[in-house]
Design a binder for this molecule. Structure first.
Ligand code: ATP
Length: 210
């Protein structure tokens, strides 16, 4: 019997937006995965700043955004750890939890491709799971050719084969935070329940939050 496929989607989700859920919906279909698990990070090891919203708020916004989507789940496994975690450690944790019964995919947006060389033990991550790269509005289609001399042909071929042509949804959390800090709304970029939650809690209102 074919192994169950699970896609893991890490990020700061500060806040989660319709770009995240839109591309994840396409990825789950393309991969033939049973589900996508959204995994908010305590902080991004590569972003020079902390998330603006608290761990709890980010987690709750994800729960609101995915409620009603049978193939979406959220995990707080990275938030529960004291130190920031790396994707490789999270994948290994899921491998242990699922006992080898599942094939794991790690989703990234095309904007992350340039950063990959800075990821913690990136070659181990590529070997341990299937890194699936999704298209992102404003970015070139993912191209891994330049990594061939350092990662080798097989890994680059694996990355190339697992690109997912997701719809181009021109939304970023940065744009949402900056609109909200300017006193504007960002309702067109957010799930309505997330937009309400942000309003009720007065999140992202301060310019210092940028
Ligand atoms: P920020 O603007 O704060 O950097 P972001 O919108 O890029 O945030 P993250 O939480 O950092 O969101 O993203 C998590 C993952 O989702 C990353 O791999 C990112 O590339 C991907 N991603 C985010 N938005 C999109 C989008 N609109 N289309 C495709 N991928 C996306």
């Amino acid at each position: 019997m074919a192994k169950e496929r699970i896609a893991l989607f890490g990020g700061t989700f500060d806040p989660i937006h319709l770009g995240h859920t839109g591309v994840a919906a396409r990825a789950v279909e393309h991969i033939g995965a049973q589900k996508v698990v959204f995994i908010p990070a305590k902080r991004s090891p590569l972003k020079g700043f902390l998330p603006v919203a608290s761990d709890e708020d980010r987690l709750r916004m994800i729960a609101l955004a995915i409620a009603g989507s049978a193939s979406f789940e959220v995990s707080d496994c990275e938030l529960r750890k004291a130190a920031p975690s790396y994707s490789l450690e999270t994948v290994r944790q899921f491998q242990t939890d699922y006992g080898g019964e599942s094939s794991l995919f790690w989703l990234i947006g095309a904007d992350s491709v340039d950063d990959l060389t800075h990821w913690y033990r990136i070659t181990d991550l590529i070997d341990t799971c299937v890194v699936s790269t999704m298209y992102r509005a404003g970015c070139e289609p993912p191209d891994f050719t330049r990594f061939e001399p350092i990662w080798g042909r097989e890994r680059v071929e694996k990355l190339r084969k697992n690109v997912v042509e997701t719809p181009l949804i021109d939304i970023s959390s940065t744009e949402i935070r900056s609109r909200l800090a300017a006193g504007d709304d960002a309702d067109d970029m957010l799930h309505p329940a997330v937009a309400d939650y942000i309003r009720e809690r007065g999140l992202y209102r301060s310019k210092a939050a940028l």
